[in-house]
Design a protein around this ligand. Sequence first.
Ligand SMILES: C[S@@+](CC[C@H](N)C(=O)[O-])C[C@H]1O[C@@H](n2cnc3c(N)ncnc32)[C@H](O)[C@@H]1O
Length: 217
Amino acid sequence: MSSALHPRQLANLLRATIRSIEERWFDATHRVHTSGNASVRNPSEVVGQIRDGEAYVPVRAANARVALADLPIHDLSAFTFVDLGSGKGRMLFIAAELPFQRVLGVEYSTALHQQALQNIASHRRSKQRSQTIESIHADAAEFEFPNENLVLYLFNPFGPEVITRVLANLRQSLLRHPRHIIVLLLWPENSHLFSEVDGFRLHRKTRRYHIYETIHP
Ligand SMILES: C[S@@+](CC[C@H](N)C(=O)[O-])C[C@H]1O[C@@H](n2cnc3c(N)ncnc32)[C@H](O)[C@@H]1O
């Protein structure tokens, strides 16, 4: 019996090895622990409710940077970056390398939020250009949006049930405080729900990401 790998197996092995090296490189160079998938199974492990939440799978830094470079913004310092479902915080450190006014993560898992807090305390600040990085322990379905211009980033954190609640909150927030809001969806599975929101238009649609923004008068 031959022990040689099938070309597809070899390709998968290579991909997994490259991915693992990327993950270790990111964590080592940023002095954080953001690698490793994790899921919540028990309501006691989260704040709020487990509805249609997805497991923690950290973003690939290269994919995130390409999408961030395509945001329709001239002055990033006029925006707050919000990661809904931020996990251990990898995207927070990537976004904070840009001059956003501040960077916020919203995470409902207690363990992941605690890891994000440790990462925020230990991370190498030499590349940080945003003023602050914060992890908020909250259910995105209940999150009250800050009144600033926002970049809302979602990397498939939850399904339609929570998205519908988030969009209802966002609509209310926009009615109270009209402002520039950009939504960046990475590998989106429920983009159609965002396309149906009044007052938003599609800015860019690629295979990897979709970007929506509020329509200016
Ligand atoms: C696919 S991971 C994305 C991680 C991170 N945003 C990134 O890009 O690296 C989804 C995250 O959403 C979190 N999540 C799921 N449902 C949530 C909810 N209702 N409120 C807040 N966080 C939630 C999960 O615990 C997990 O950390």
